[in-house]
Design a binder for this molecule. Structure first.
Ligand code: SAM
Length: 268
């Protein structure tokens, strides 16, 4: 199984790290088929303009709809192939009723649904993803309408803060997604016990030496880990996961605690 990824950006060089490490290896092994497109290639003026002032006034610039529509249509026109065979398994039906493969479009944005390990799993199961990296104040809203008539669109937030552009968000999402594609991480077992896989954070981990001389301060690993008692080690690790989650992310243990904003809206 492989995954095709198309990224549209005004900074193609920003995506260069996707040639490194595990993702670079996965690309070379044919597990990931990555294509980066320069949004400015879809402009038609001398200055290759992608932005303009916002209607209604206000600070900042907004990304023009026309280059985005052309860029996304260009991505859509690509055939999805596994080897030399068009991948019919991932074929979706367009609203015009014509069957051909289309990607699921991810638009990074602080106003999107939160990115999570669960969403990474969902996206890793797709055959084709496209990413639209916004800049400035974001994309003209009509780009979403254009895209939604042609493919599934999801706006996804990396977290409750504002980045300068979507590229960093795409790097993070692609890394989280691609490592879940079968064959990318050599030891699949290492994916199972990680933070966020089952709602808890991971336990603390240690390696050699058993006692580390930290410039005169002796720092031993917890003795239980040297006991050879696998059952006791598993119990200790589970307890550590609970304590760490309670200390750092109590919201994971009590999700209703995040209902504060909704309660405020309801006047409760
Ligand atoms: N005016 C927008 C707003 O308030 O929602 C923020 C625009 S931001 C300066 C520019 C671009 O950075 C966005 O279009 C998006 O691509 C990206 N971006 C910023 N924060 C992000 C976040 N938390 N998650 C994902 N993408 C983000």
């Amino acid at each position: 199984m492989s995954i095709r990824l198309d990224v549209v950006t005004i900074f193609p060089d920003y995506l260069a790290p996707l040639d490194l490490s595990l993702i670079g290896k996965a690309r070379r092994e044919g597990l990931v088929d990555l294509h980066v497109h320069d949004l400015r290639d879809f402009t038609h003026d001398r200055h290759r303009t992608v932005d303009d002032t916002p209607f209604g006034g206000g600070a900042g610039m907004v990304m023009k709809p026309q280059p985005w529509a052309e860029a996304l249509d260009h991505v859509l026109a690509q055939p999805l192939v596994s080897g030399n065979v068009v991948d019919m398994a991932s074929t979706r039906r367009t609203q015009e009723g014509v069957g051909h493969a289309v990607p699921r479009l991810i638009v990074p944005g602080p106003g999107g649904v939160p990115f999570s390990q669960a969403l990474a799993h969902e996206l890793a199961a797709e055959a084709w993803l496209a990413f639209a990296c916004g800049r400035y104040e974001g994309l003209d809203e009509r780009v979403y309408e254009h895209a939604a008539e042609r493919m599934p669109v999801t706006v996804v937030s990396l977290g409750d803060y504002v980045l300068n552009g979507g590229e960093v968000a795409v790097l993070a999402m692609v890394e989280a997604i691609v490592r879940l594609v079968p064959g990318v991480v050599g030891n699949a077992e290492s994916l199972v016990e990680e933070s966020h896989e089952d709602g808890l954070l991971e336990y603390p981990v240690y390696t050699k030496p058993a006692v580390w001389d930290d410039r005169g301060t002796e720092r031993p690993v917890p003795p239980i880990l040297l006991s050879g008692n696998h059952c006791a080690i598993a119990q200790w690790r589970h307890q550590q996961r609970l304590e760490r989650t309670a200390a750092r992310r109590p919201d994971l243990l009590h999700p209703s605690a995040t209902g504060g904003a909704l309660a405020a809206l309801d006047g409760r």
